[in-house]
Ligand binder design. Sequence first.
Ligand SMILES: NC(=O)c1ccc[n+]([C@@H]2O[C@H](COP(=O)([O-])OP(=O)(O)OC[C@H]3O[C@@H](n4cnc5c(N)ncnc54)[C@H](O)[C@@H]3O)[C@@H](O)[C@H]2O)c1
Length: 266
Amino acid sequence: MGNNILKNKKGIIFGALNEDSIAWKIAEKVVDEGAEIVLTNAPVALKFGTIKSLSEKTGSPVIAADATSVEDLEKLVDESINHFGSRIDFVLHAVGMSPNLRKGHPYSNLDYNFYEKTIDISALSFHKLLQTLYKKDAMNECGSVVALTYIAADRVMPGYNDMADAKAMLQSITRNFGYILGKEKKVRVNTVSQSPTATTAGKGIVGMGEMLQYSNSASPLGNATAEDCANLVTVLFSDYTNKVTLQNIYNDGGFSSVLPYPGLSL
Ligand SMILES: NC(=O)c1ccc[n+]([C@@H]2O[C@H](COP(=O)([O-])OP(=O)(O)OC[C@H]3O[C@@H](n4cnc5c(N)ncnc54)[C@H](O)[C@@H]3O)[C@@H](O)[C@H]2O)c1
């Protein structure tokens, strides 16, 4: 049982594909804390994923939306407001995919059509979402939007490929659109930089197994799990963080502040 810190709050959760998804854990947690949610994912993910069982468990409708389609996003926001009978308090963007990673194209031999898809799905979709929320004045004051990112946006991690560029852009959009949403609508926008986590997207990254082990031993607190991420994101959706915005918050057991050196006990 939670503490009802999201009582009366209504939110949209992108990206729950299956039980391993970080968004899945976040959906369960926010509902446990008293929120009402709408679940959304790409039409193809609704076909192959297991979101229906999450929908039943959390008593929430599922509305299909390709996050790269402004038309789908507009429909999603309209239908969510209709469903809640009010504006929206929080939105989770947990969307990412790189066709180059999937098809094994290294960073030095990218397919540029795939590269554009990576950027569109993993970064531009966030701008499209924020612009849709902004134009429709869809968020309540003190609302909160969170997107998930990874430290490869800040440091070189060769296996992360073109997703590193997408995440750097995602973090930049967070600051630039977050400024406008903060000034004009009093809405917060932040990213959470999560430890490597064994999800469908996570397992697609080259060298993920080694990275999981390495960061787990280099971090003083060890890797943050999807459940740890759910706890942090829940607080970011709550009124306890009303003045936190334009930030990239590391949920990584301290990894981002450690400089590994020979002799560091790993
Ligand atoms: N797993 C990790 O190690 C890790 C670490 C840091 C950040 N992240 C980020 O967390 C987020 C969630 O990923 P995850 O690890 O839970 O994996 P996941 O595979 O469970 O989730 C990725 C989601 O993106 C959705 N998606 C892909 N294309 C889409 C589109 N066009 N429209 C709408 N949805 C689309 C997928 O259907 C899926 O639900 C991603 O942004 C990912 O980059 C993951």
